[in-house]
Design a binder for this molecule. Structure first.
Ligand SMILES: Cc1cc2nc3c(=O)[nH]c(=O)nc-3n(C[C@H](O)[C@H](O)[C@H](O)COP(=O)(O)O)c2cc1C
Length: 248
């Protein structure tokens, strides 16, 4: 098993997997890591659907276009979840406010589900498995995905995670320097631009020279093209179909 620090600092997304299954003992350790995730107030406003059925994985691939979903061994859908507390409150006759319809309610469940996903990533990577987060599981077609996963009202997909035995070891991607990521006591007040442009140039060089598929992408244009695509996602409307009507 890798150390925690090497697990975190050597991690990279793995998108190609061997066909062999992940031992159940490894999945059990991943489940336990997920289970002990810190959550707001210990409310555990999240759930995970572990998809192993190949036909279902293929359908999720058809919806998202993300090949890793059908080639991985386990596809975990990390969901924000207010269904459980609603059921428990109803059973105990406790009146529950519409917390899930506030922005903070949505943030709380999204943070819980995201931390749970990171627990799974760290556990899986420490066991020598490969992982890739799949945001398209949230954005591609929330209604279709929710139907396929049988999600009740009050449950929405935050992100997917493909896990498998790695069949590739991609180069580590360059990340922003600490000067752009870590601020000491207060956010730095000098001009960020030189560090940002140097990072942008580093990403361009990486994309031109990395092993595997190369590209001429820079960092800024690549990220902004993603934001532009995402302007058409209209997540508020889609979340409304899942029982979330944001008020304030
Ligand atoms: C929330 C989230 C959503 C992501 N969605 C996808 C996705 O749908 N498809 C994909 O191939 N990679 C996806 N990724 C992986 C990122 O592209 C990857 O983490 C990023 O390029 C950095 O590369 P690295 O993980 O190798 O460091 C996602 C990552 C995160 C954290």
């Amino acid at each position: 098993m890798k150390t925690v620090i090497s697990t975190l600092t050597d991690r990279r997304s793995v998108r190609r997997y061997e066909r062999e299954p992940i031992p159940q003992a490894d999945m059990d350790l991943i489940y336990e890591a997920i289970r002990n995730t810190p959550t707001s107030y210990n409310g555990q406003q999240f759930s995970v659907v572990d998809v192993t059925d190949q036909a279902l994985k293929e359908r999720l691939y058809e919806i998202t276009g993300q090949k890793q979903i059908k080639t991985c061994n386990h596809f975990l859908a990390f969901c924000g979840d207010y269904h459980k507390i609603r059921c428990a409150a109803r059973a105990k006759g406790v009146e529950m406010p519409e917390f899930e319809n506030t922005v903070d309610g949505l943030i709380v469940a999204t943070v819980d589900a995201s931390l749970a996903m990171m627990s799974a990533v760290a556990a899986a990577e420490s066991l020598g498995l490969g992982t890739c987060c799949i945001g398209y599981a949230r954005t591609a077609d929330p209604e279709a995905i929710s139907r396929e996963l049988g999600l009740p009202e009050g449950v929405y997909v935050v992100c997917g995670l493909a896990i498998g035995i790695p069949r590739e070891q991609p180069d580590l991607k360059p990340k922003q320097p600490l000067s752009l990521l870590i601020h000491h006591n207060t956010y730095r007040s000098d001009d960020l631009t030189p560090d940002l442009l140097a990072y942008d140039a580093e990403v361009t060089t990486y994309n031109e020279t990395r092993s595997g598929t190369k590209s001429t992408n820079d960092w800024v244009a690549h990220i902004i093209s993603y934001y532009t695509e995402a302007m058409d996602y209209h997540m508020m409307k889609k979340l409304a179909l899942r029982g979330f009507t944001l008020r304030s």
